[in-house]
Every structure is written in C-alpha cells, then in structure tokens.
Design a protein around this ligand. Structure first.
Ligand SMILES: N[C@@H](CCC(=O)N[C@@H](CS)C(=O)NCC(=O)O)C(=O)O
Length: 207
C-alpha cells in the first residue's frame, strides 16, 4: 500500500490517523506541494484534480481523503472506527458532513489568513476574513458543545471516523490563534484534549 501525500496536509493526516488507529502503515511517498509536484502528470494520473492524498492498494488508486479513511477502516483488521449501531452510524456521518460543510470552510479562513498566507509570503492577514472564520467556527462549536456534554465522542461513546475528519482542522485552527474560541466551549475543549492526546494522532503528526 502506498500513500501519496504531504505530512503537513490536513487531508493526508486523516489517512495517516486512520492507518495508525488500525495499527498499520503504508509506504509514504512525498508529493512536494512547494515544487508543484501535485500538478505534474505523474500525480494527475493518481489524482486527476491535482490535490493530495491518493492511495495505491492492490494496484488500484483511490483518492478523496474521507473516501480513503472509510475504505481503510472497512478493509484493514483492528478496531472498527465505524459504529455498528445504526443511530451511532448516522451520527458519525452527520458529523463528518458538518465538518466538511460548516466547520472546515470556516476554520480554513482563519488558518489560511493567519498560518498559510504569512508562511507563503502572501502578506498581512485579512482580518475581516479572520473574523468571519472565527464567527463561523464559534457557531459550529456552539452547536456541538451540548452534544459533547452528554457523550465523549461525536457519534456516542466511541472514537470514530468523525473525530478523524475533524482532528487536522482543529489542530491548525488552534495553532492559528483559535484557542480563545475553543475554550469558550468547555465540552469541545475537553473533547479536543481527549482526541488530540491519542497515540494515533501523535503518530500522524510526528509528535
Ligand atoms: N477533497 C479533497 C481535498 C484535497 C486537498 O485539497 N488537498 C490539499 C492538501 S490538504 C491540496 O492538495 N492542496 C494543494 C492545492 O490545492 O493545490 C480530499 O479530501 O482529499
């Protein structure tokens, strides 16, 4: 199994976390974003949209990070990260969708402006965009906080793929100065501490 990605990429980290949760490893092939390797023909043959990650398994390619994490969870031995109970399963999917539709787009505004833009020499952060992102994240946290006050994880009492999909954006959001917004929501903050201390996340992020 080969994983084509970059260790700092949020989408690659979802796949690395899933692999670590299952106690497995894939051969890691670095796609150097700084050199534009993701837009070169060799990578476009793996991922026609020119982004990372992509997974090669048994001679077949698979792309889209959330598809890859579901695939690996179903295929690999080890503890399942997908609840068997239909209600918990529905909640896992609901919160993966909440991450993709509402949380990450808002968090990425803050992350782009405060972390990536300065790093890439893109000038000062657009504070209006940062404020918009912080407000969006605050709203999402306000919605999940009562849920996490009643249960340990988004889908219920077990860590699931829902957490895998949120972790990379949460990490960058906090690093981009989002801790104040996070700490306003006590149950979300406790959940973040719980999930970010997992060995799988530490392994995926090289900590
Ligand atoms: N929906 C895709 C998004 C992939 C994506 O946007 N990857 C980023 C890195 S996290 C990337 O390759 N960015 C480079 C670019 O957009 O040119 C997935 O989940 O795999």
């Amino acid at each position: 199994m080969k994983l084509y990605g970059h260790p700092m990429s949020t989408c690659t980290r979802k796949v690395l976390t899933t692999l670590a949760e299952k106690g497995q490893e894939a051969q890691f092939v670095l796609v150097d974003l700084m050199k534009g390797e993701h837009k070169q023909p060799a990578h476009l043959a793996r991922q026609p949209f020119g982004v990372i990650p992509a997974l090669e398994d048994d001679g077949n390619m698979l792309y889209e990070s959330r598809a890859i994490m579901r695939y690996l969870d179903r295929k690999l031995p080890g503890t399942s990260l997908t609840p068997a109970d239909p209600r918990a399963y529905g909640l896992m999917e609901q919160y993966i969708s909440v991450e993709q539709s509402y949380f990450s787009p808002a968090a990425m505004k803050v992350i782009m402006e405060r972390l990536f833009k300065p790093h890439m020499g893109g000038g000062a952060a657009d504070e209006a965009r940062v404020a918009e992102g912080l407000q969006g994240v605050d709203k999402v946290f306000g919605i999940i906080d009562p849920v996490l006050g009643k249960q340990q994880y988004l889908a219920g009492d077990s860590f699931s793929l829902a957490e895998v999909s949120w972790l990379p954006y949460l990490e960058f959001f906090v690093a981009a100065g989002g801790a104040d917004v996070l700490n306003k929501h006590k149950n979300v903050a406790a959940w973040w501490n719980r999930i970010s201390s997992r060995p799988s996340w530490k392994k995926a992020t090289g900590k």
